[in-house]
Design a protein around this ligand. Structure first.
Ligand SMILES: *[C@@H]1O[C@H](CO)[C@@H](O)[C@H](O)[C@H]1NC(C)=O
Ligand SMILES: *[C@@H]1O[C@H](CO)[C@@H](O)[C@H](O)[C@H]1NC(C)=O
Ligand SMILES: *[C@@H]1O[C@H](CO)[C@@H](O)[C@H](O)[C@H]1NC(C)=O
Ligand SMILES: *[C@@H]1O[C@H](CO)[C@@H](O)[C@H](O)[C@H]1NC(C)=O
Ligand SMILES: *[C@@H]1O[C@H](CO)[C@@H](O)[C@H](O)[C@H]1NC(C)=O
Ligand SMILES: *[C@@H]1O[C@H](CO)[C@@H](O)[C@H](O)[C@H]1NC(C)=O
Ligand SMILES: *[C@@H]1O[C@H](CO)[C@@H](O)[C@H](O)[C@H]1NC(C)=O
Length: 405
Protein backbone atom coordinates (compact mmCIF):
# COMPACT_ATOMS: atom_id res chain seq x y z
CA UNK A 1 0.00 0.00 0.00
CA UNK A 2 1.24 3.45 -0.82
CA UNK A 3 1.63 5.30 2.47
CA UNK A 4 1.80 8.65 0.71
CA UNK A 5 -1.66 8.19 -0.73
CA UNK A 6 -3.03 7.11 2.63
CA UNK A 7 -1.55 10.22 4.21
CA UNK A 8 -3.03 12.47 1.57
CA UNK A 9 -6.36 10.73 1.93
CA UNK A 10 -6.23 11.13 5.70
CA UNK A 11 -5.42 14.78 5.54
CA UNK A 12 -8.20 15.23 2.99
CA UNK A 13 -10.63 13.57 5.37
CA UNK A 14 -9.34 15.72 8.17
CA UNK A 15 -9.85 18.84 6.11
CA UNK A 16 -13.36 17.87 5.20
CA UNK A 17 -14.14 17.23 8.85
CA UNK A 18 -12.68 20.59 9.78
CA UNK A 19 -14.60 22.45 7.09
CA UNK A 20 -17.83 20.74 8.13
CA UNK A 21 -17.16 21.70 11.72
CA UNK A 22 -16.47 25.29 10.86
CA UNK A 23 -19.60 25.43 8.72
CA UNK A 24 -21.61 23.95 11.58
CA UNK A 25 -20.25 26.50 13.99
CA UNK A 26 -20.95 29.30 11.55
CA UNK A 27 -24.47 28.15 11.01
CA UNK A 28 -25.04 27.94 14.76
CA UNK A 29 -23.66 31.41 15.22
CA UNK A 30 -25.73 32.76 12.35
CA UNK A 31 -28.85 31.17 13.73
CA UNK A 32 -28.03 32.65 17.08
CA UNK A 33 -27.56 36.07 15.53
CA UNK A 34 -30.78 35.68 13.64
CA UNK A 35 -32.76 35.39 16.81
CA UNK A 36 -31.12 38.26 18.59
CA UNK A 37 -30.12 41.76 17.87
CA UNK A 38 -29.30 44.63 20.14
CA UNK A 39 -32.42 46.42 21.25
CA UNK A 40 -33.52 49.66 19.78
CA UNK A 41 -33.99 51.96 22.71
CA UNK A 42 -33.00 50.89 26.18
CA UNK A 43 -31.03 47.87 25.08
CA UNK A 44 -33.93 45.50 25.29
CA UNK A 45 -33.58 42.10 23.72
CA UNK A 46 -35.81 41.77 20.71
CA UNK A 47 -36.57 38.57 18.90
CA UNK A 48 -36.65 38.98 15.19
CA UNK A 49 -40.02 37.41 14.60
CA UNK A 50 -42.28 40.38 14.92
CA UNK A 51 -45.42 41.48 16.64
CA UNK A 52 -47.85 39.38 18.58
CA UNK A 53 -46.82 36.38 16.52
CA UNK A 54 -50.07 34.57 16.22
CA UNK A 55 -48.61 32.56 13.36
CA UNK A 56 -47.88 29.22 14.94
CA UNK A 57 -45.70 28.08 12.03
CA UNK A 58 -43.05 30.33 13.54
CA UNK A 59 -43.35 28.67 16.90
CA UNK A 60 -39.71 27.91 17.48
CA UNK A 61 -38.06 30.58 15.38
CA UNK A 62 -36.89 32.41 18.42
CA UNK A 63 -35.09 29.41 19.82
CA UNK A 64 -31.48 28.72 19.18
CA UNK A 65 -32.08 25.10 18.31
CA UNK A 66 -30.44 23.83 15.17
CA UNK A 67 -31.71 20.30 15.28
CA UNK A 68 -34.81 18.55 14.13
CA UNK A 69 -36.19 17.94 17.60
CA UNK A 70 -39.56 19.50 18.12
CA UNK A 71 -41.75 19.44 21.16
CA UNK A 72 -44.79 17.18 21.09
CA UNK A 73 -47.80 18.95 19.65
CA UNK A 74 -49.50 18.84 23.03
CA UNK A 75 -47.03 21.33 24.44
CA UNK A 76 -47.67 24.98 24.08
CA UNK A 77 -45.22 26.71 21.86
CA UNK A 78 -43.44 29.75 23.20
CA UNK A 79 -44.36 32.06 20.38
CA UNK A 80 -48.05 31.44 20.52
CA UNK A 81 -50.24 33.76 22.55
CA UNK A 82 -52.18 31.69 24.97
CA UNK A 83 -55.91 31.81 25.35
CA UNK A 84 -57.12 33.27 28.61
CA UNK A 85 -59.22 30.29 29.63
CA UNK A 86 -57.91 27.31 27.72
CA UNK A 87 -59.16 24.68 30.10
CA UNK A 88 -62.44 23.05 30.67
CA UNK A 89 -62.42 23.82 34.34
CA UNK A 90 -64.44 21.86 36.79
CA UNK A 91 -66.93 23.71 38.97
CA UNK A 92 -64.68 23.05 41.94
CA UNK A 93 -61.67 24.67 40.33
CA UNK A 94 -63.73 27.59 39.09
CA UNK A 95 -64.85 28.21 42.63
CA UNK A 96 -61.26 28.26 43.89
CA UNK A 97 -60.19 30.66 41.17
CA UNK A 98 -63.18 32.84 41.87
CA UNK A 99 -62.22 33.06 45.51
CA UNK A 100 -58.68 34.07 44.57
CA UNK A 101 -60.06 36.85 42.43
CA UNK A 102 -62.00 38.06 45.42
CA UNK A 103 -59.13 38.07 47.91
CA UNK A 104 -56.89 39.69 45.36
CA UNK A 105 -59.55 42.33 44.67
CA UNK A 106 -58.42 42.69 41.11
CA UNK A 107 -60.98 45.19 39.95
CA UNK A 108 -58.32 47.83 39.57
CA UNK A 109 -56.18 45.57 37.42
CA UNK A 110 -59.01 44.42 35.24
CA UNK A 111 -57.59 45.96 32.08
CA UNK A 112 -54.34 44.07 32.58
CA UNK A 113 -53.42 40.63 31.36
CA UNK A 114 -53.61 39.21 34.82
CA UNK A 115 -52.68 35.62 34.14
CA UNK A 116 -48.93 35.09 34.42
CA UNK A 117 -48.81 32.40 31.77
CA UNK A 118 -50.04 34.97 29.27
CA UNK A 119 -47.43 37.53 30.29
CA UNK A 120 -44.15 35.70 29.85
CA UNK A 121 -43.98 36.11 26.13
CA UNK A 122 -41.51 34.29 23.97
CA UNK A 123 -38.18 32.94 25.08
CA UNK A 124 -35.48 35.36 24.09
CA UNK A 125 -32.92 32.71 24.92
CA UNK A 126 -33.50 28.99 25.24
CA UNK A 127 -31.70 25.90 24.14
CA UNK A 128 -33.96 23.07 23.30
CA UNK A 129 -31.57 20.17 23.81
CA UNK A 130 -30.48 20.85 27.37
CA UNK A 131 -32.38 17.80 28.62
CA UNK A 132 -33.37 16.06 25.43
CA UNK A 133 -29.86 14.80 24.71
CA UNK A 134 -30.46 11.96 27.17
CA UNK A 135 -33.40 9.65 27.76
CA UNK A 136 -33.85 10.50 31.35
CA UNK A 137 -32.87 13.41 33.57
CA UNK A 138 -32.84 12.58 37.26
CA UNK A 139 -32.81 16.17 38.48
CA UNK A 140 -33.36 19.36 36.54
CA UNK A 141 -32.22 22.35 38.59
CA UNK A 142 -34.13 25.51 37.80
CA UNK A 143 -32.15 28.44 39.13
CA UNK A 144 -33.80 31.82 39.58
CA UNK A 145 -30.95 34.19 38.93
CA UNK A 146 -30.53 37.91 38.30
CA UNK A 147 -28.76 38.94 35.07
CA UNK A 148 -25.75 40.47 36.82
CA UNK A 149 -24.99 37.38 38.95
CA UNK A 150 -22.61 35.77 36.48
CA UNK A 151 -20.21 34.54 39.15
CA UNK A 152 -22.96 32.70 40.99
CA UNK A 153 -24.06 30.94 37.84
CA UNK A 154 -20.49 29.98 37.08
CA UNK A 155 -19.82 28.53 40.49
CA UNK A 156 -22.95 26.40 40.20
CA UNK A 157 -21.78 25.10 36.80
CA UNK A 158 -18.41 24.29 38.32
CA UNK A 159 -19.63 22.61 41.49
CA UNK A 160 -22.95 21.11 42.48
CA UNK A 161 -24.46 21.55 39.02
CA UNK A 162 -21.59 19.97 37.12
CA UNK A 163 -22.85 17.05 35.09
CA UNK A 164 -19.70 14.98 35.03
CA UNK A 165 -19.48 14.76 38.82
CA UNK A 166 -22.70 12.84 39.20
CA UNK A 167 -22.70 10.12 36.59
CA UNK A 168 -24.49 7.75 36.28
CA UNK A 169 -27.14 10.24 37.36
CA UNK A 170 -28.10 12.82 34.80
CA UNK A 171 -28.20 16.28 36.31
CA UNK A 172 -29.12 19.36 34.31
CA UNK A 173 -29.15 23.05 35.23
CA UNK A 174 -31.18 25.84 33.64
CA UNK A 175 -30.77 29.46 34.72
CA UNK A 176 -33.90 31.58 34.45
CA UNK A 177 -33.53 35.24 33.57
CA UNK A 178 -35.58 38.25 32.65
CA UNK A 179 -34.46 41.07 30.40
CA UNK A 180 -32.04 43.76 31.44
CA UNK A 181 -31.92 47.38 30.34
CA UNK A 182 -28.12 47.34 30.53
CA UNK A 183 -26.94 46.70 26.98
CA UNK A 184 -23.37 45.82 28.02
CA UNK A 185 -24.66 43.18 30.35
CA UNK A 186 -27.04 41.98 27.68
CA UNK A 187 -24.15 41.30 25.34
CA UNK A 188 -22.33 39.41 28.06
CA UNK A 189 -25.47 37.34 28.69
CA UNK A 190 -25.70 36.47 25.08
CA UNK A 191 -22.11 35.22 25.04
CA UNK A 192 -22.83 33.23 28.16
CA UNK A 193 -25.84 31.68 26.49
CA UNK A 194 -23.98 30.65 23.37
CA UNK A 195 -21.15 29.25 25.43
CA UNK A 196 -23.11 27.19 27.95
CA UNK A 197 -26.57 26.76 26.39
CA UNK A 198 -28.05 26.81 29.88
CA UNK A 199 -29.73 30.20 30.23
CA UNK A 200 -33.41 30.72 29.56
CA UNK A 201 -34.60 34.30 29.14
CA UNK A 202 -38.22 35.40 29.00
CA UNK A 203 -39.71 38.51 27.49
CA UNK A 204 -40.20 40.46 30.73
CA UNK A 205 -37.98 42.75 32.78
CA UNK A 206 -35.93 41.07 35.48
CA UNK A 207 -37.26 42.54 38.72
CA UNK A 208 -38.31 41.01 42.01
CA UNK A 209 -41.88 42.05 41.30
CA UNK A 210 -41.65 39.84 38.21
CA UNK A 211 -40.35 36.71 39.96
CA UNK A 212 -43.73 35.07 39.60
CA UNK A 213 -43.37 35.35 35.83
CA UNK A 214 -39.92 33.82 36.04
CA UNK A 215 -41.28 30.88 38.02
CA UNK A 216 -44.15 30.26 35.63
CA UNK A 217 -41.67 30.41 32.78
CA UNK A 218 -39.71 27.70 34.60
CA UNK A 219 -42.79 25.49 34.80
CA UNK A 220 -43.47 26.07 31.14
CA UNK A 221 -39.87 25.47 30.11
CA UNK A 222 -39.57 22.18 31.98
CA UNK A 223 -42.87 20.91 30.61
CA UNK A 224 -41.71 21.75 27.09
CA UNK A 225 -38.02 21.03 27.07
CA UNK A 226 -37.35 18.78 30.02
CA UNK A 227 -40.37 16.45 30.05
CA UNK A 228 -37.99 13.52 30.59
CA UNK A 229 -37.06 14.69 34.09
CA UNK A 230 -37.99 12.95 37.34
CA UNK A 231 -37.50 15.70 39.86
CA UNK A 232 -37.46 19.47 39.46
CA UNK A 233 -35.34 21.39 41.93
CA UNK A 234 -36.11 25.10 42.07
CA UNK A 235 -33.45 27.16 43.81
CA UNK A 236 -32.24 30.71 44.06
CA UNK A 237 -28.72 31.49 42.88
CA UNK A 238 -27.41 32.13 46.41
CA UNK A 239 -28.06 28.57 47.48
CA UNK A 240 -25.74 25.65 48.04
CA UNK A 241 -27.00 22.16 47.24
CA UNK A 242 -25.39 18.92 48.31
CA UNK A 243 -26.22 17.13 45.07
CA UNK A 244 -24.62 13.91 46.31
CA UNK A 245 -27.00 13.67 49.21
CA UNK A 246 -29.89 14.59 46.99
CA UNK A 247 -29.15 11.90 44.42
CA UNK A 248 -28.00 9.07 46.62
CA UNK A 249 -30.40 9.56 49.46
CA UNK A 250 -33.29 11.99 49.20
CA UNK A 251 -34.34 11.05 45.72
CA UNK A 252 -35.25 7.59 46.98
CA UNK A 253 -37.70 9.24 49.29
CA UNK A 254 -39.25 11.20 46.43
CA UNK A 255 -39.64 8.39 43.95
CA UNK A 256 -43.12 7.07 43.27
CA UNK A 257 -44.83 10.09 44.79
CA UNK A 258 -46.82 11.80 42.03
CA UNK A 259 -48.00 15.41 42.29
CA UNK A 260 -45.72 16.12 45.21
CA UNK A 261 -43.85 19.13 46.55
CA UNK A 262 -40.97 18.77 49.02
CA UNK A 263 -40.02 21.98 50.77
CA UNK A 264 -39.98 23.96 53.94
CA UNK A 265 -43.72 24.34 54.29
CA UNK A 266 -45.58 27.34 55.68
CA UNK A 267 -49.03 26.23 56.71
CA UNK A 268 -52.04 28.27 55.69
CA UNK A 269 -53.00 30.93 58.18
CA UNK A 270 -49.56 31.11 59.79
CA UNK A 271 -47.43 33.38 57.60
CA UNK A 272 -48.13 37.07 58.13
CA UNK A 273 -48.92 39.24 55.13
CA UNK A 274 -46.46 42.11 55.46
CA UNK A 275 -47.80 45.58 54.89
CA UNK A 276 -44.45 47.37 55.21
CA UNK A 277 -40.97 47.08 53.72
CA UNK A 278 -39.66 45.41 50.59
CA UNK A 279 -42.27 42.66 50.69
CA UNK A 280 -45.13 45.05 51.42
CA UNK A 281 -48.43 43.86 50.00
CA UNK A 282 -50.90 46.47 48.79
CA UNK A 283 -53.65 46.81 51.43
CA UNK A 284 -56.26 46.10 48.78
CA UNK A 285 -54.81 42.66 48.15
CA UNK A 286 -55.83 40.04 50.71
CA UNK A 287 -57.47 42.97 52.43
CA UNK A 288 -58.35 42.46 56.08
CA UNK A 289 -56.35 39.24 56.11
CA UNK A 290 -53.42 38.92 58.49
CA UNK A 291 -52.06 35.63 57.16
CA UNK A 292 -51.78 34.01 53.76
CA UNK A 293 -54.72 31.68 53.28
CA UNK A 294 -52.72 28.99 51.42
CA UNK A 295 -50.13 26.40 52.30
CA UNK A 296 -46.96 27.41 50.47
CA UNK A 297 -43.18 26.90 50.49
CA UNK A 298 -40.08 28.90 51.29
CA UNK A 299 -39.05 29.27 47.71
CA UNK A 300 -35.26 29.19 48.05
CA UNK A 301 -35.16 25.39 47.75
CA UNK A 302 -38.19 23.49 46.48
CA UNK A 303 -38.38 20.03 44.95
CA UNK A 304 -41.32 19.08 42.78
CA UNK A 305 -42.30 15.92 40.97
CA UNK A 306 -42.07 16.75 37.31
CA UNK A 307 -45.61 15.59 36.54
CA UNK A 308 -46.71 18.88 38.11
CA UNK A 309 -45.03 21.07 35.51
CA UNK A 310 -47.68 20.93 32.80
CA UNK A 311 -50.63 21.30 35.20
CA UNK A 312 -48.91 24.17 37.06
CA UNK A 313 -48.28 26.03 33.85
CA UNK A 314 -51.85 25.50 32.78
CA UNK A 315 -53.10 26.65 36.16
CA UNK A 316 -51.14 29.87 35.65
CA UNK A 317 -53.44 30.63 32.73
CA UNK A 318 -56.41 30.92 35.04
CA UNK A 319 -54.95 31.86 38.41
CA UNK A 320 -54.82 35.62 38.96
CA UNK A 321 -51.38 37.18 39.25
CA UNK A 322 -49.80 37.75 42.64
CA UNK A 323 -46.25 39.03 42.70
CA UNK A 324 -44.87 37.20 45.74
CA UNK A 325 -43.55 34.20 43.89
CA UNK A 326 -43.38 31.77 46.81
CA UNK A 327 -47.07 32.25 47.50
CA UNK A 328 -48.06 32.09 43.86
CA UNK A 329 -45.84 29.28 42.58
CA UNK A 330 -45.98 26.95 45.58
CA UNK A 331 -49.32 27.93 47.12
CA UNK A 332 -51.90 29.31 44.73
CA UNK A 333 -51.02 27.21 41.68
CA UNK A 334 -50.94 23.85 43.53
CA UNK A 335 -54.21 24.90 45.13
CA UNK A 336 -55.80 25.31 41.71
CA UNK A 337 -54.19 22.16 40.32
CA UNK A 338 -55.59 20.16 43.23
CA UNK A 339 -54.55 16.81 44.65
CA UNK A 340 -51.02 18.00 45.42
CA UNK A 341 -49.22 16.50 48.43
CA UNK A 342 -46.71 18.57 50.39
CA UNK A 343 -43.82 17.00 52.28
CA UNK A 344 -42.28 19.25 54.86
CA UNK A 345 -38.48 19.14 54.57
CA UNK A 346 -38.32 21.59 57.39
CA UNK A 347 -35.83 24.37 58.00
CA UNK A 348 -32.91 23.50 60.26
CA UNK A 349 -33.62 19.83 59.61
CA UNK A 350 -33.03 19.17 55.93
CA UNK A 351 -32.29 22.69 54.76
CA UNK A 352 -31.01 25.91 56.29
CA UNK A 353 -31.27 29.64 55.81
CA UNK A 354 -28.00 30.05 57.66
CA UNK A 355 -24.73 28.74 56.29
CA UNK A 356 -23.19 28.62 59.74
CA UNK A 357 -25.71 26.00 60.72
CA UNK A 358 -25.18 23.97 57.54
CA UNK A 359 -21.39 24.11 57.66
CA UNK A 360 -21.26 23.31 61.35
CA UNK A 361 -23.57 20.37 60.81
CA UNK A 362 -21.27 19.03 58.08
CA UNK A 363 -18.19 19.53 60.24
CA UNK A 364 -19.80 17.72 63.16
CA UNK A 365 -21.67 14.93 61.41
CA UNK A 366 -19.91 14.50 58.11
CA UNK A 367 -22.04 12.71 55.54
CA UNK A 368 -24.65 12.03 58.20
CA UNK A 369 -25.56 15.69 58.41
CA UNK A 370 -29.16 15.72 57.13
CA UNK A 371 -28.95 19.20 55.61
CA UNK A 372 -28.84 18.98 51.82
CA UNK A 373 -29.25 22.64 50.97
CA UNK A 374 -28.61 26.04 52.45
CA UNK A 375 -28.44 29.69 51.65
CA UNK A 376 -24.75 30.49 51.48
CA UNK A 377 -22.70 33.66 51.80
CA UNK A 378 -20.56 34.13 48.69
CA UNK A 379 -17.32 34.02 50.67
CA UNK A 380 -18.22 30.72 52.35
CA UNK A 381 -19.13 28.91 49.16
CA UNK A 382 -15.85 27.37 48.03
CA UNK A 383 -14.87 26.23 51.51
CA UNK A 384 -18.20 24.49 51.99
CA UNK A 385 -18.06 22.95 48.54
CA UNK A 386 -14.58 21.61 49.18
CA UNK A 387 -15.69 20.14 52.47
CA UNK A 388 -18.67 18.39 50.91
CA UNK A 389 -16.93 17.14 47.79
CA UNK A 390 -13.94 15.81 49.78
CA UNK A 391 -16.35 13.97 52.00
CA UNK A 392 -18.27 12.38 49.17
CA UNK A 393 -15.47 11.66 46.80
CA UNK A 394 -13.80 9.51 49.42
CA UNK A 395 -15.10 7.24 52.12
CA UNK A 396 -18.08 5.09 52.77
CA UNK A 397 -20.66 7.79 53.15
CA UNK A 398 -23.72 6.05 51.84
CA UNK A 399 -24.66 4.62 55.22
CA UNK A 400 -27.30 6.16 57.35
CA UNK A 401 -27.80 9.11 55.07
CA UNK A 402 -31.32 9.88 56.04
CA UNK A 403 -33.99 12.45 55.71
CA UNK A 404 -35.47 13.84 58.90
CA UNK A 405 -39.25 13.87 58.87
C1 LIG B 1 -66.41 20.30 29.82
O1 LIG B 1 -66.51 19.16 30.65
C2 LIG B 1 -67.85 18.73 30.90
C3 LIG B 1 -67.82 17.62 31.94
O2 LIG B 1 -66.60 16.91 31.92
C4 LIG B 1 -68.49 18.30 29.58
O3 LIG B 1 -69.81 17.90 29.82
C5 LIG B 1 -68.47 19.48 28.62
O4 LIG B 1 -68.98 19.07 27.35
C6 LIG B 1 -67.04 20.00 28.46
N1 LIG B 1 -67.08 21.21 27.64
C7 LIG B 1 -66.22 21.43 26.67
C8 LIG B 1 -66.37 22.73 25.94
O5 LIG B 1 -65.35 20.63 26.35
C1 LIG C 1 -23.90 47.19 33.04
O1 LIG C 1 -23.35 45.90 33.11
C2 LIG C 1 -21.93 45.91 33.13
C3 LIG C 1 -21.48 44.47 33.01
O2 LIG C 1 -22.06 43.67 33.99
C4 LIG C 1 -21.47 46.60 34.40
O3 LIG C 1 -20.07 46.60 34.44
C5 LIG C 1 -22.00 48.00 34.46
O4 LIG C 1 -21.69 48.59 35.68
C6 LIG C 1 -23.50 48.00 34.27
N1 LIG C 1 -23.99 49.36 34.14
C7 LIG C 1 -24.95 49.85 34.90
C8 LIG C 1 -25.36 51.26 34.59
O5 LIG C 1 -25.49 49.20 35.77
C1 LIG D 1 -24.30 24.34 22.74
O1 LIG D 1 -25.12 24.03 21.66
C2 LIG D 1 -24.45 23.89 20.43
C3 LIG D 1 -25.47 23.68 19.35
O2 LIG D 1 -26.15 22.50 19.50
C4 LIG D 1 -23.44 22.74 20.54
O3 LIG D 1 -22.72 22.64 19.35
C5 LIG D 1 -22.49 23.02 21.68
O4 LIG D 1 -21.61 21.96 21.85
C6 LIG D 1 -23.25 23.26 22.95
N1 LIG D 1 -22.34 23.66 23.98
C7 LIG D 1 -22.35 23.11 25.18
C8 LIG D 1 -21.36 23.64 26.17
O5 LIG D 1 -23.15 22.25 25.49
C1 LIG E 1 -42.22 43.15 34.65
O1 LIG E 1 -42.06 42.90 33.29
C2 LIG E 1 -42.90 43.68 32.47
C3 LIG E 1 -42.71 43.21 31.05
O2 LIG E 1 -41.38 43.43 30.64
C4 LIG E 1 -42.59 45.15 32.64
O3 LIG E 1 -43.48 45.92 31.86
C5 LIG E 1 -42.74 45.51 34.09
O4 LIG E 1 -42.33 46.83 34.29
C6 LIG E 1 -41.90 44.60 34.95
N1 LIG E 1 -42.17 44.87 36.33
C7 LIG E 1 -41.31 45.51 37.08
C8 LIG E 1 -41.75 45.76 38.48
O5 LIG E 1 -40.22 45.85 36.67
C1 LIG F 1 -61.12 46.67 46.28
O1 LIG F 1 -60.56 47.69 45.47
C2 LIG F 1 -61.40 48.81 45.33
C3 LIG F 1 -60.76 49.74 44.32
O2 LIG F 1 -59.40 49.96 44.58
C4 LIG F 1 -61.57 49.47 46.71
O3 LIG F 1 -62.41 50.60 46.58
C5 LIG F 1 -62.22 48.46 47.63
O4 LIG F 1 -62.31 49.00 48.92
C6 LIG F 1 -61.37 47.19 47.68
N1 LIG F 1 -62.06 46.17 48.44
C7 LIG F 1 -61.57 45.69 49.54
C8 LIG F 1 -62.38 44.63 50.19
O5 LIG F 1 -60.50 46.06 49.97
C1 LIG G 1 -20.00 32.42 56.69
O1 LIG G 1 -20.05 33.82 56.52
C2 LIG G 1 -20.48 34.56 57.62
C3 LIG G 1 -20.56 35.99 57.24
O2 LIG G 1 -21.51 36.21 56.25
C4 LIG G 1 -19.58 34.34 58.80
O3 LIG G 1 -20.03 35.08 59.92
C5 LIG G 1 -19.55 32.89 59.13
O4 LIG G 1 -18.66 32.63 60.15
C6 LIG G 1 -19.23 32.06 57.93
N1 LIG G 1 -19.50 30.70 58.31
C7 LIG G 1 -18.59 29.77 58.28
C8 LIG G 1 -18.97 28.47 58.85
O5 LIG G 1 -17.50 29.94 57.80
C1 LIG H 1 -21.86 23.92 66.20
O1 LIG H 1 -22.47 22.77 66.76
C2 LIG H 1 -22.13 22.57 68.13
C3 LIG H 1 -22.76 21.27 68.58
O2 LIG H 1 -23.84 20.90 67.81
C4 LIG H 1 -22.62 23.73 68.94
O3 LIG H 1 -22.24 23.54 70.29
C5 LIG H 1 -21.98 25.00 68.41
O4 LIG H 1 -22.50 26.10 69.10
C6 LIG H 1 -22.28 25.15 66.94
N1 LIG H 1 -21.59 26.30 66.44
C7 LIG H 1 -22.21 27.19 65.68
C8 LIG H 1 -21.35 28.31 65.22
O5 LIG H 1 -23.38 27.14 65.37
Amino acid sequence: MNLGVVKVRNSLILMVVLVVNVLCLMSITMQSMAVWRPGRAAGTTTPITGGGDSDSSHKYNNLQGVDGVSAPASFLSPGTPEPTVPLNLSAKVLKKVDKMHQVLNLSRFSDDAIYPATRIGRYLMAYRNLCLDVDRVHVIMIVHTAPQNLHRRQRIRDTFGKRSLFYPFNVRVAFLLGKTANSTLERVLWMEHVRYNDTVMGDFMDHYHNLTLKGVMGYRWVSQYCPNSDIVLKIDDDVFINTYKLLYSFINHMRGKPKSIFCNLWYQGTMPILREGKWKVDPRLFSKMKYFPYDYCSGFIVLLSSDLMGPMHQAAMTTPFFWIDDVYLFGMLPNVVGGVTYYNYALAKNMALNDKLAINCTVEQGARCPIFGSVIADHNFSRYWKMVSDLYVSGDWRVDNKLIE
